[in-house]
Design a protein around this ligand. Structure first.
Ligand SMILES: [Zn+2]
Length: 262
């Protein structure tokens, strides 16, 4: 039942606010606090839903392996605090990095977390609705080759050129032919000409490259070094830890001995 206040206006029984006011001498309905709150919640839910739809769409474009969703700063084991900090700061200041075209080159051995940090940055940016493409040269080259000279090929190059951040994992493991090096150089060039950031991970040591006279890769590093921050990743390979975890998980079932201190 509606309650009426001393001046004859209907008041809400829940928040005790008037649900009516006078306008040009007539009583008209107005929202009380409860109604305003309900509307706010609805708007927020709608915003949240739209946000999730956008982020999921961007994530589908960014990478196809769902495992990478777990590579986040929140899940970081902090075994490499310095790199964690640099990467987090990079992600938090991405707008400046993007507008200055500054990327990162992660160098270091296999399993030290180069891919992890690249995808942690990727996921951080996706959650903030930036467009990212995270791939490898091997994959990108396969896609370019299979697309022939179709519209698909243009789409790939357009994306390489236009996404807010391009991440290319594992430079140097692709086939090393003149043709492949040419494509790799084209992609790097396209990105640099567009003044857009590129994150590369590589097991190659830029110093070794100079020694081996691998001209193509020498040129590639030369092109990106002005616009990227080198992050040298050191430390033990995480893959050992993961292998030990898997071992420990199944050792009882398989009647295996303890691994000991390692
Ligand atoms: Zn109310």
């Amino acid at each position: 039942m509606n309650l009426i206040d001393s001046e004859g206006f209907i008041i809400c029984p829940d928040c005790n606010e008037r649900t009516q006011t006078l306008a040009n001498g007539f009583k008209v309905s107005i929202p009380c606090e409860c109604v305003r709150k309900r509307r706010e919640l609805m708007l927020e839910a709608e915003w949240q839903w739209e946000h999730e739809v956008t982020v999921n769409r961007l994530r589908k474009i960014a990478y196809s392996n769902p495992e990478y969703e777990n590579y986040t700063f929140a899940n970081d084991d902090l075994k490499n605090e310095e790199a964690s900090k640099t990467c987090k700061c990079y992600a938090e200041n991405f707008l400046i990095m993007r507008d200055s075209g500054i990327g990162i080159v992660f160098a270091g051995n296999v399993g030290v977390g180069k891919t992890y940090f690249s995808y942690a940055i990727c996921n951080y940016l996706l959650d903030r609705k930036y467009s990212v493409l995270a791939t490898s040269f091997s994959k990108l080259i396969r896609e370019i080759e299979s697309s022939g000279f179709s519209e698909k090929r243009n789409q790939i190059y357009n994306m390489v050129e236009s996404v807010d951040l391009l991440i290319i994992d594992d430079l140097g493991v692709e086939r090393r032919t003149e043709y492949i090096s040419g494509i790799v150089y084209d992609i790097v060039n396209l990105r640099c000409d567009a003044s857009k950031p590129l994150i590369l991970t590589t097991n190659l040591d830029p110093k070794d490259l100079k020694k081996t006279n691998d001209l193509a890769y020498h040129r590639i590093f030369d092109r990106i070094k002005k616009k990227s921050i080198p992050v040298l990743m050191k430390g033990e390979s995480r893959r050992k830890d993961i292998a030990a975890q898997t071992y420990n998980e199944f050792k009882d079932l398989l009647c295996l001995p303890d691994l000991g201190g390692n």
